[in-house]
Design a protein around this ligand. Structure first.
Ligand SMILES: Nc1nc2c(ncn2[C@@H]2O[C@H](COP(=O)(O)OP(=O)(O)OP(=O)(O)O)[C@@H](O)[C@H]2O)c(=O)[nH]1
Ligand SMILES: [Mg+2]
Length: 419
């Protein structure tokens, strides 16, 4: 199944905890702290994979977690860092934050890598907390915990040329004849349900052609199937508009042409503004094709290339004109967007509010601080209280009406307040 949007969950690795350890050696007394730092957590990285053409692998795997950093250990050994997790996506994938819709990255080129989430920092070991006054710190930092994010992936196929037209006019047949792509072909409407891509080689040049499902009138308003498919050709440089010149289904090619043009205009001005080549397909069916093409070309006021995907006549000329036109056009463009980034916590902020009778302190400052406290260690706890006082957290708690014996909560730490 082809999928052009997917929702996944990603999480960078947590930082490893710092170690508490003491240097021990024969004949050496009081060796001092030698607890090493924890390792950093792995990042989440996206990479453009030219071999992928759809997001369907994400139907089966939705959770991606980079490795956590390992704990530090004695002898000042830093814990091993977690491995980054590289998530491969097709080129043309736009990565968005699911909640805000903000664009995190546009994975455009093959091999292009973008780091979306940074791994947590490792906690410092007790060796790092030794000072002249505090020679034997019995505490260390815990590693930084990371947050899981819900992400939306959208594939906006990057092709040079997009084939558009009514259902059954022969778009897929044309693609199958000029490239190695093997789309499904059949004599009914909406045979193509998923866009197909093919690499077309023209002597020393090559370009990518996209065949999308047939468009119908009303497609841009969401009627029928067409609308969501237009997204796949939003970024093409050139449109090849295919009509069935034989009128084999009792339709008028000129009417069809204008109906499709109306859809393109409604969907996007920039898509409608792209250069267009008109191809009259199925020229092998009627004996008076030449007259039909002439009349059609006059009605739409544009030159028309006569082709037959069945007999392959005219296809060479079509490829030649496409190739020459592409050479005159600007190269494929990235999306223009303001990059959305997950906010780093403000390491100086905190706020106090009362919840179910306990005083909850939140914010980057206290969360960061709480990584360093070991509740069972009196020295560590004293240091923690002092930091709270220095920063003005205690003053805020008093303002909020705290009394002796009340509970203070900071993340997963609860303690009683005593003046
Ligand atoms: N005689 C003749 N038949 C053709 C030609 N091109 C395509 N056909 C036939 O027309 C039918 C539709 O062709 P497709 O290539 O599936 O048409 P499509 O435009 O991709 O249609 P949708 O995917 O439904 O939008 C098939 O039966 C093809 O064999 C042609 O040049 N001559
Ligand atoms: Mg088709």
């Amino acid at each position: 199944m082809f999928l052009d949007v997917a929702t996944i969950y990603i999480k960078a690795g947590n930082g490893g905890d710092g170690a508490v350890s003491w240097h021990r050696e024969k004949y050496v007394l009081d060796g001092g702290p030698d607890g090493g730092d924890g390792g950093a957590g792995g990042d989440i990285v996206f990479e453009g994979d030219p071999g992928m053409t759809s997001l369907s692998p994400f139907r089966f795997t939705q959770h991606f977690r980079a490795e956590n950093g390992e704990k530090g250990s004695g002898k000042n050994c830093t814990g091993r860092s977690g491995e980054d997790l590289v998530i491969k996506v097709p080129c043309g994938t736009v990565v968005k934050d699911s909640e805000t819709g903000g664009i995190l990255a546009d994975i455009f080129e093959a091999g292009e890598r973008v780091t979306i989430l940074k791994g947590g920092r490792g906690g410092r070991g007790n060796a790092k907390f030794a000072t002249a006054l505090r020679r034997a710190p019995g505490f260390s930092e815990t590693g930084e915990k990371t947050v899981e994010r819900k992400i939306k992936l959208e594939l906006k196929t990057i092709a040079d040329v997009g084939l558009v037209g009514f259902p059954n006019v022969g778009k897929s047949t044309i693609l199958s004849v000029v490239s190695a792509a093997r789309p499904k072909i059949a004599n009914y409407h909406f045979t193509t349900l998923n866009p197909n891509l093919g690499v077309v080689r023209y002597f020393d040049d090559s370009f990518i052609m996209a065949d999308i499902p047939g468009l119908i009138e009303g497609a841009a308003d969401g009627a029928g199937l067409g609308h969501s498919f237009l997204r796949h050709i939003e970024r093409v440089r050139l449109i090849v508009h295919v009509v069935d010149i034989s009128g084999s289904e009792g339709r008028d090619p000129a009417e069809d042409y204008f109906a499709i043009r109306t859809e393109l205009e409604k969907y996007s001005k920039s898509l409608a503004g792209l250069p267009e080549i008109v191809a009259a397909n199925k020229s092998d069916i009627t004996p008076d094709t030449e007259d039909r093409v002439k009349a059609f070309s006059e009605k739409i006021g544009k030159p028309v290339i006569t082709v037959s995907a069945a007999t392959k006549s005219g296809l060479n000329e079509l490829l030649f004109v496409i190739n020459e036109t592409l050479k005159t056009l600007p190269p494929k463009k990235r999306l223009e967007y303001r990059k959305f980034e997950y906010k780093e916590r403000d390491k100086n902020s905190f706020s106090v509010h009362v919840e179910d009778g306990s005083y909850v302190v939140t914010g980057g400052y206290v969360e960061e601080l709480s990584r360093r406290v070991v509740l069972s260690d009196p020295e560590s706890f004293r240091w923690f209280q002092r930091a709270l006082r220095d920063k003005g957290v205690i003053a805020e708690l008093k303002k909020a009406g705290i009394k002796d014996g009340d509970t203070v909560s900071i993340l997963d730490i609860d303690f009683e307040y005593w003046e």
